[in-house]
Design a protein around this ligand. Sequence first.
Ligand SMILES: Cc1ncc(COP(=O)(O)O)c(C=O)c1O
Length: 186
Amino acid sequence: MYHEGVGGIVELAAGYLSAAYDSVRKAGGLCIADEVQSGFARTGSNLWGFESHGVQPDIGNSSLLGIGNGIPLGAVVTTTEIAKVLTRRSYFNTFGGNAVCTAAGLAVLKVIEKEKLQENAFVVGSHLKERHKALKDKYEVIGDVRGQGFMLGVELVTDRELKTPAKEETLHVMDQMKGKVSILIG
Ligand SMILES: Cc1ncc(COP(=O)(O)O)c(C=O)c1O
């Protein structure tokens, strides 16, 4: 069972994830939380996305997007029981345990804590969401505003009822945003 972000920002209904975890476990499966996008304080309310759903995954992961802040680093966190299975087979990987990357990972954790980035994601993300919701009242093209913290999605539509994707408008907004980013960088 994954929760991530590539498929769009979908806010899960209360109780959905715990019910899904129950079904998976009853069928003998393991629950995996893909926290590559939703982890490391991005949602603002918790360090991990799954925490706001009252579930405990069997396996969780993060990668360069969160844990490494761009440095190639990934992590899989699991129970001792599951981790022990790897010792029974000849598991290896070429880049595991790279000292430079793991130092970067530690630095990321320190910065998240020291600069209160979880609180920042909550405060700034909530503001961003409120402002986008206000824009939704004004502009028909904004069909929905969803998410938590910096894990936010703004859905652009040509028809709110039918939820028809506003492809041209989305491309236009993306181009405008790219322009603004290059001004910030340049
Ligand atoms: C939700 C999610 N899972 C997994 C991945 C893969 O991450 P990586 O290529 O760093 O292993 C990505 C990459 O964007 C992602 O967004």
